[in-house]
Write a protein that binds this ligand. Sequence first.
Ligand code: MV4
Length: 448
Amino acid sequence: MFRKVLIANRGEIALRIIWACKELGIKTVAVHSDVDSDSLHVRFADENVCIGPAPSRQSYLNINNLISAAEISNADAIHPGYGFLSESPEFARVCEACNITFIGPSPETIALMGNKAEAKLTMKAAGVPTIPGSDGPVPTPDEAKRLAADIGYPVILKASAGGGGKGMRVIRSEADMEMAFQTASGEAAAAFNNGDLYIEKYLENPRHIEIQILGDKHGNVIHLNERECSIQRKHQKLIEEAPSCALNAMTRKQMGEMAVHGAKAVNYATAGTIEFLLEDGKFYFMEMNTRIQVEHPVTENVCNLDLVKAQIMAAAGEKMTWRQKDIKIWGHSMECRINAEDPIRFIPSPGRITTFHAPGGPGVRVDTAAYAGYFVSPHYDSLIAKLIVRGPTRADSIMRMKRALESFIVEGIKTNIAMHIKIMDDPDFIAGNLSTRFMERYLPENQK
Ligand code: MV4
């Protein structure tokens, strides 16, 4: 097992990783930017190192500074958390070269899954269902038109190097292809330094369902069932739950088996997630995330295990003690992401938190690094807390979530707590009628 782990992150996930290390008897090193010296991850880690000024590029994304911090503190592993450098093949490669274990997959696997067109090809070759479309990037608008005629409109163009919606265009007729191709490719080139696009059939009203995977360095891979993540806005998830009410036992088993199959095809040996779109009972591979995700706690709740500890143990080379048959689903769990944002315009609302009271009581977990007096910096993500509940049934989770939201007090900044309360009262939400388009009704009139 590792002696000392450096956490290359901040906020609630840095704390979450510190809790896991403490339970494993591992010493921790926090890193922080100039404006984060009063942060809780700095306070609770055994050691801390300042890695630069506030802008992420100069601190949390600065590979040289992070490696220097690991070397001066003698850390034998780095946990990247999510975001920042968690899916950087370059960072994983430098860690490897410096004899520091990167807690995540190999640089090769990160790079392969980071290219969405190649990831899809790899999964298709392994026999995982994929959405009908091109095999890899499409070179020209004319070729895209030929393929689209075969697939049938509407189609969607996606950036090979993308993910998360950038460089994506839905095309409803051939007349729109030329223009859409140019703008999407230009957007992708500007954002990712790679203008490659691939094409597939556009699904009008799918659900986003993802399977949690866990592998070790001894060839074992299991799945921890699904998370329903359809409640999103601008490709930012807002509410996640496990299990999904859209899956029956058979589909759940098939998705899990396909996810394990895909993960084994790339010799996956850590925690990861395979994202699927589900429509009309059929599921299709969309992307693979090679990191621990924001919403991992709902899986921890229903599967009754500690994913971050499992991820660290796997990275240290330990053999997994669970077999697939040991994984059961207990009850239901739901997470609301509490963001520092304007409730109407959905734009970040940084500033100082004057009052902070987090809810508790039976079945409530709050993952947060915020406190009264904490300054929400405009330099970083606006997520200030994850409110996670569990209960015997989905109805119990909703009831408990509402109760918890109503006793969550955050003053001094704007938050989306009131929006979450509204969603808990939404008849479609209560009935489980979810899709990736659910949040459209909550947009201001001029953005619909
Ligand atoms: C799609 C799709 C419909 N059909 N692909 C959005 C982010 C990117 N990772 C892929 N995305 C989508 N791909 C096909 N063929 C709809 C979306 C999509 C979406 C997916 C998951 C969650 C929220 C979404 C919101 C809008 C669009």
